[in-house]
Design a protein around this ligand. Structure first.
Ligand code: OGA
Ligand code: MN
Length: 287
């Protein structure tokens, strides 16, 4: 049995008394998977792991995504979120790396711009700033459950077009390269995902959500904006204050998340992410 300590009234739990780098028996791993499904965000404190150990633990949950072109770590299994150059010096605010990190400050679900979006992401805190740089999460199952009837009706059976070029253009129109456009063309996603009778439905949205199929662009965007304004109420947010060597696993189909600012011109932040691939398009699990 593993011990899970609730971190928020609606979701998120800390798993205690477990070293993820040690061998984990199948029975214990099943408990972790069940906790992941139920709580959507799992925090493991004090896990000083290497990249290989992070990959090994992540792979227990499924095959990993390969990092896309244009992102630090491209072609491999790691995404490196850092505001430092190879020599460890802080890079200027105009650096592509920093702009890409800034895009993480928009609420999003990882890889929602892929035809089969990520199932889960695992983020390891290697170096954290003295203040700021928290990561915030919203339970989109709690959000769906709390939607007023009018909005529940409005989202029913909707298909949303998610587009990487659209979300990146909010940060800087020049940020997306032709190679990225070619690698990640717009895709169709379910607006509502069914997680089964025990867990209910979630709203699937975030920064990459650009348009709603069958609606005029401005109307669709107005509905997306209204839903995001509802979803981002304080009561749905778990804000994680990182400690060195924290490791967090989250369910990209049940939560959205965002980075928060820190003094990136003077302080250093280094995070390493692995991403567990999804096994089917969201439309297969559409509510
Ligand atoms: C990510 C992400 C947020 C952060 O790794 O997918 O959005 O706080 N990170 O670094
Ligand atoms: Mn992210």
């Amino acid at each position: 049995m593993i011990a899970a300590k609730r971190l928020h009234p609606l979701f998120a739990a800390e798993i205690t008394d477990l070293a993820v780098s040690a061998p984990i028996p199948d029975a214990v791993f099943s408990d972790i998977e069940a906790a992941f499904r139920r709580h959507s965000v799992l925090v493991f404190r004090d896990q000083p792991i290497t990249d290989d150990q992070q990959i090994a633990f992540s792979e227990r949950f499924g095959a990993l995504e390969t990092t896309k072109v244009g992102t630090a770590g491209a072609g491999g299994k790691l995404i490196v979120l850092s505001n430092m150059d190879e020599g460890g010096a802080v890079v200027p605010a105009s650096d592509r790396q920093v702009l890409n990190n800034r895009a993480n400050r928009l609420w999003h679900a990882d890889s929602s711009f892929k035809a089969v979006p990520a199932k889960a992401s695992m983020l390891s805190a290697r170096l954290i700033p003295s203040k700021g740089g928290d990561t915030e999460y919203i339970s989109m199952r709690a959000v769906y459950a709390a939607l007023p009837g009018r909005l529940k009706q409005a989202v029913e059976n909707k298909v949303v077009i998610h587009d990487y070029a659209y979300s990146r253009s909010k940060i800087d129109p020049a940020l997306v390269t032709d190679a990225e456009r070619a690698a990640v063309p717009p895709v169709r996603q379910a607006m509502v995902i069914d997680h089964g009778a025990d867990l209910g439905r979630s709203l699937y949205l975030g920064a990459h959500a650009a348009r709603i199929e069958g609606m005029a662009e401005d109307e669709g965007r107005a509905l997306i904006d209204e839903l995001m304004a509802f979803a981002t109420q304080e009561r749905f947010v778990y804000a994680h204050k990182w400690q060195p060597h924290d490791l967090i696993l989250w369910d990209n189909r049940a939560v959205i998340h965002r980075a928060t600012p820190f003094e990136s011109a003077t302080e250093k932040r280094l995070m390493v992410r692995t991403t567990i691939a999804g096994d089917a398009p969201t439309l297969v699990a559409a509510a």
